[in-house]
Design a binder for this molecule. Structure first.
Ligand code: DLL
Length: 430
């Protein structure tokens, strides 16, 4: 199913022509209205009229999240404040948040891309959408809210948490699809199980759009199994409107990134140079239609790769593989580079393991993986636990090259989050 068949299946030369026109317009816009970019262009000796082809993108400067913070609150605005319609913020680990402005057109485009993304997975106006993302300054809920309204769905702005109420709403209004973080999805699955709800039998749920943080294929399967539905990966970031940047189609093999609105590059994060076609690296995005706050070559820090083969669904917009982590999430433990997603991959593929885990770093580089056991399956024998513990430690060693301590915990003993989860506690005294 298509929301806008023409644009979604536009042939590559026409799509690239459209991208070039939009890139040129964006570059002219920032050169005229954003001193930060004007100065960068002057430093690099590049002028808007030097952009003749998409390859010229590489002549333009990168933008980083530090640049957004340094220009907080309005330094990167490309329109008069009067023409800004909405403000979202995105908080990082330190200091001021990033302020993201939307013009009327930006608000509309964001909703349009979410509508496209929902319809791509088979959502229609007959669907009932319970939005379990956080409403507020976070883009996660509002942007998808308006997208689903555009499709004509009944939208229930539930927000996350309060699982009793979620269940009541799902039962009373026959909710068919939800949008939530992987952490809350896993929690909700446990909640339903505890309350004797069999989602396939008792609820009308068909799909969950899951995103806002990285998760593995194994976690995806656990959510599908626990909630009795199909999971579609939902990717986005506040700097690019929020959700709706890249979503999965019904083929569920990679996320189509909407290339009429964003230009993709995959670079080696250490050198800034492009990687070879199909190789993993850091995703860098340039906005092509944003009016209030266009961004050039934004370093997302997300690690992924482009699927080079065309998709069977007929869309020409290229797909990204699941995000495997952020370049700034990388842990260095005893000199070894480790991504938390590698650990999640091992844990979630192991039978007997439950739905929650925590990576704890203490003392002089001691790594402990705290992991909950599955609700069902454990028969209370100590030998069983010891075996599982050593199997996990061994598999983890193969994956991350160091052998962590594995601590098995009863289900429900680790903290849960309704939003993004903190998976790593680093208390090392190095
Ligand atoms: O998380 C926007 C969003 C909301 C996307 C709801 C999808 C659903 P930020 O708070 O700015 O915006 O965080 C963006 O979250 O750079 C990734 O590191 C991570 N992220 C978002 N979606 C995914 C995903 C929203 N599907 C940052 N898989 C991004 C992996 C994701 N990581």
């Amino acid at each position: 199913m298509f929301w806008d068949r023409k644009i979604e299946t536009l042939d590559r030369p026409a799509l690239e022509q459209l991208q070039l026109q939009r890139l040129q317009k964006t570059v002219r816009r920032v050169a005229a209205h954003v001193p930060f970019y004007r100065e960068k262009f002057a430093e690099l000796g590049v002028r808007p009229r030097d952009i003749h082809s998409l390859d010229d993108l590489r002549r333009l400067p990168f933008t980083t999240s530090a640049d957004l913070r340094a220009n907080y609150p309005t330094g990167l605005l490309a329109v008069p404040l009067d023409d800004a319609l909405r403000l979202h913020t995105s908080s990082g680990t330190t200091g001021k948040p990033k302020a993201l402005f939307f013009s009327r057109q930006d608000v509309d485009n964001a909703a349009e891309l979410c509508a496209r993304s929902f319809v791509m997975s088979g959502v229609t106006k007959k669907d009932v959408f319970q939005n379990m993302m956080t409403y507020g300054m976070f883009t996660g809920a509002l942007v998808t809210h308006y997208g689903a309204e555009k499709v004509g769905c009944l939208v229930i702005p539930a927000g996350p948490g309060n699982s009793e109420r979620q269940l009541m709403l799902m039962q009373d209004f026959r909710t068919t699809f939800i949008h939530l973080t992987p952490s809350y999805a896993l929690y909700l699955a446990t909640f339903l199980e505890k309350h004797g709800v069999n989602p396939r039998r008792d609820l009308a749920l068909r799909k969950a759009f899951v995103g806002a943080e990285p998760y593995t294929e194994g976690t995806c399967r656990k959510i599908e199994h626990g909630l009795g539905l199909d999971v579609y990966n939902s990717y986005g970031l506040s700097e690019m409107n929020g959700p709706g940047v890249a979503f999965e189609c019904e083929q569920k093999h990679g996320m189509h990134l909407w290339e009429d609105h964003f230009l993709i590059e995959i670079i080696n994060p250490a050198t800034g140079e492009p990687v070879k076609a199909g190789e993993p690296g850091e995703l860098v995005l340039t906005t092509l239609t944003r009016e209030a706050m266009p961004l050039l070559r934004y370093r997302t820090r997300d690690i992924t790769s482009i699927i080079t083969k065309p998709c069977r669904c007929g869309r020409t917009h290229r797909r990204l593989h699941r995000i495997t982590g952020r370049s700034d999430d990388m842990l260095i433990v005893r000199g070894v580079n480790i991504y938390p997603q590698q650990i999640e991959r091992v844990l979630m593929a192991q039978s007997g393991v439950g739905r929650n885990y925590l990576i704890s770093l203490e003392g002089l580089d001691e790594m402990t993986i705290k992991v909950e056991l599955a609700e069902a399956g454990f028969e209370g024998q100590v030998e069983q636990l010891v075996k599982l513990q050593s199997q996990l430690a061994e598999k983890l060693r193969t994956e991350i090259l160091i052998k962590p301590l594995v601590q098995l915990l009863p289900p429900g003993s680790l903290p849960v989050s309704e939003g993004k989860t903190k998976r790593v506690i680093d208390n090392r005294k190095l």
